[in-house]
Design a protein around this ligand. Structure first.
Ligand SMILES: Nc1ncnc2c1ncn2[C@@H]1O[C@H](COP(=O)(O)OP(=O)(O)OP(=O)(O)O)[C@@H](O)[C@H]1O
Length: 404
């Protein structure tokens, strides 16, 4: 890919770098003609082209747009920076391989105009995006969050299966899963009442106009025309009720199917770790052979391949296994606990169930589990790495043990 004119992805990376001051640590390593040389921090390549940029928490500023000029990019993770300006409109022609777009906690603005058939993750929360969501066409999206922006308007039905937390704290978003849109509500109500009026009242009105007299007789009996109008009203109402019931039942069945966890769901969460796209080489670890790294929220960038290539240092050993500090090639630092096979024999499904529960726990006093691997007797748990050392070393460092 380093042809006469230089590496094809180089101009995009350098123009992104140019927005940033020279003291941004991650970008200091972005020197030389080949971003795939292995020395560019946060840049991951596949077949000689830039396939991932992993620069969370890197104090970045400026526009993210140049990075979206990388035509082979699959993962862009630039969370918790100070990036600004709009996201360019993206579609299959600009970003045919983009699967994970993680731009949350920045100062990005402008509209969200993304038509990406392969996008699996969109994390855009805590920015200044405005406008509506109608220009989002993401049929494959499995993880989605646009909360805490300045978005307005109706949530498209294609996104209404996500929880309200994916949409909260915006200026004026409405529709499922948030409260109904008022204008849509009125339109429906008006439409329904007009329809009712149309069916129930027209015959009577027609009768009134035709006969030029009240539809019921003055002595309290219904005229024949009045009776016809009543029957028409009844039939009209019955038809409306039947249609509403059919729609409700169809919606109920659809939502049940959609919410039911399927085998495909676990496949897709494993896919979030990009294993399905990476060739799994024989002779490597058991977990890697199966490509079975399951990731949770915040662990989208984890890949078993880089986990096994990571430099590791033993942090400690407990009853259930050893814990390592792993520094991944992307610059990600994780704590990996390798469970002893003796401590956890068998019961693979129960273990999976347990891990999926633990993986959903998020609390500031609980270390987040970002992913795990459970395959062929190998069980690895990947946590955030906490850099302040062990409680024991803290106590000793402060002389608290001695005082005691
Ligand atoms: N997420 C983490 N970040 C940084 N260091 C960690 C992390 N998790 C564990 N450690 C370090 O690794 C050491 C060993 O952790 P480990 O969980 O294996 O111990 P343990 O709780 O005694 O284990 P067990 O529950 O198996 O008995 C800890 O004392 C701590 O210093």
């Amino acid at each position: 890919e380093v042809a006469n004119g230089g590496h094809r992805d180089l101009p995009f990376l350098l123009s992104f770098k140019a927005y940033n001051p020279s003291n941004v640590t991650a970008l200091e390593t972005w020197v030389g003609p080949d971003p795939c040389s292995g020395s560019w921090l946060g840049v991951r390549c596949s077949r000689g082209r830039v396939a991932g940029v992993f620069l969370d928490d890197a104090s970045l500023v400026g526009s993210v747009a140049p990075l979206l000029g990388l035509t082979q990019i699959r993962v862009l993770a630039v969370r918790r920076n100070s990036l600004s300006g709009p996201l360019p409109p993206l579609d299959n022609s600009t970003s045919p391989r983009l699967r994970h777009l993680l731009v949350s906690h920045n100062n990005l603005s402008g509209g969200l105009n993304l038509s990406l058939p392969s996008l699996v993750t969109l994390r855009a929360e805590q920015n200044g995006f405005h406008g509506g969501l109608l220009a989002l066409r993401l049929p494959m999206v499995k993880r989605f969050n646009v909360s805490s922006n300045e978005l307005v308007g109706e949530i498209p039905s294609s996104l209404s299966g996500f929880p309200s937390s994916s949409f909260g704290s915006n200026v004026d978003l409405c529709g499922k899963p948030l409260p109904r849109c008022m204008h849509a509500y009125n339109a429906v109500e008006d439409g329904a009442s007009n329809a009712t009026t149309g069916v129930a009242q027209s015959p009577t009105a027609a009768t009134n106009t035709a006969s030029g007299s009240p539809s019921s007789s003055s002595n309290g009996r219904f005229s024949q025309l009045g009776l016809t109008a009543l029957v028409a009203t009844g039939i009209g109402n019955a038809v409306l009720i039947a249609i509403s019931l059919a729609i409700s039942v169809a919606m109920f069945i659809y939502m049940r199917r959609k919410l039911r966890p399927s085998k495909d769901d676990s496949k897709s969460s494993a896919a979030l770790c990009f294993e399905e796209e990476d060739k799994i080489r024989s002779g490597e670890d058991k977990c890697q052979k199966s490509g079975a790294l399951v990731c949770f929220d915040g662990g989208e960038e984890l890949r078993l391949e880089s986990l096994f290539k990571a430099s590791a240092e033993v942090l400690g050993k407990g009853v259930s296994g050893s814990t390592y500090k792993a520094v991944l090639e992307d610059g990600i630092v994780a704590a990996v606990k390798r469970l002893s096979a003796l401590q956890f024999p068998g019961r693979s499904k129960a273990f999976d169930r347990h891990m999926r529960l633990v993986g959903r726990l998020r609390h500031r006093h609980v270390v987040s589990l970002r992913g795990y691997c459970n395959s062929n007797g190998e069980r690895l748990l990947v946590y955030d790495y906490l850099p302040n050392g062990s409680l024991q070393s803290l106590l000793q460092g402060n002389g608290m043990c001695a005082q005691k």
